[in-house]
Design a protein. Structure first.
Length: 204
């Protein structure tokens, strides 16, 4: 005997209702808002790093340092081991430029002859004899400082190199200022190099 259609529909609706009741309830969670992170203060930036480098007091391990003023077109170079400072002098039309290295070591570091011959060796020049040193050195008195500088050139194969090197005894140490680079660039920078040496003064 066939059941009435109404009974079949009623049973179907009951199954659907039970199925709906068995659905998992949606659970909600309340997540507390993380507190805003405190911004990390950045280190203050020097207003003019170039200007600071151009008028710098440097201290040796043995005593007070020196102050100087550099020409505006000399740019501070990267820090390097054993150096107090480095300055870069650009070349012309993208050509290689020159570099000024500033170092300082306790004592006389072997004396003027040994250091001049060290620079000569870097240019593949023969060493000087003791009797030839006086003629090779140029002396400058800058305030309380008494310094000597030498000019060396090596023709050789291109590019020819030139070195202007100064030795400055000060406070139990010897400071070295060596301008090294292509012959034409260093020769052109000689007046600026001498003006730089004239600006040297003991740091307060």
């Amino acid at each position: 005997m066939r059941r009435p259609l109404s009974v079949f529909l009623s049973a179907s609706l009951s199954v659907l209702a039970l199925s709906g009741c068995r659905r998992e309830e949606i659970q909600t969670y309340t997540v507390k808002k993380e507190p805003a992170a405190t911004p990390v203060a950045s280190a203050p930036v020097a207003p003019n790093a170039d200007a600071a480098m151009r008028n710098t007091a440097v201290t040796t391990a043995e005593g007070p340092g020196l102050n100087w003023t550099t020409p505006a077109h000399w740019k501070p170079g990267p820090e390097k081991a054993m150096r107090k400072a480095t300055f870069l002098i650009p070349g012309v039309n993208g050509a290689p430029g020159a570099e000024l290295a500033v170092t300082a070591f306790p004592g006389d570091v072997g004396g003027p002859l040994a250091n001049v011959n060290r620079w000569r060796g870097q240019l593949s020049l023969p060493p000087l004899a003791e009797g030839d040193l006086t003629a090779a050195l140029n002396h400058l008195d800058v305030g309380p400082l008494h310094l000597d500088y030498v000019e060396l050139a090596a023709a050789g194969s291109p590019p020819a190199r030139r070195v202007l090197g100064a030795l400055v005894p000060h406070a139990g140490a010897t400071w070295f200022f060596k301008l090294d680079g292509p012959d034409a660039v260093v020769a052109q920078e000689k007046p600026a190099f001498l003006a730089f040496l004239q600006s040297l003064r003991p740091a307060n």
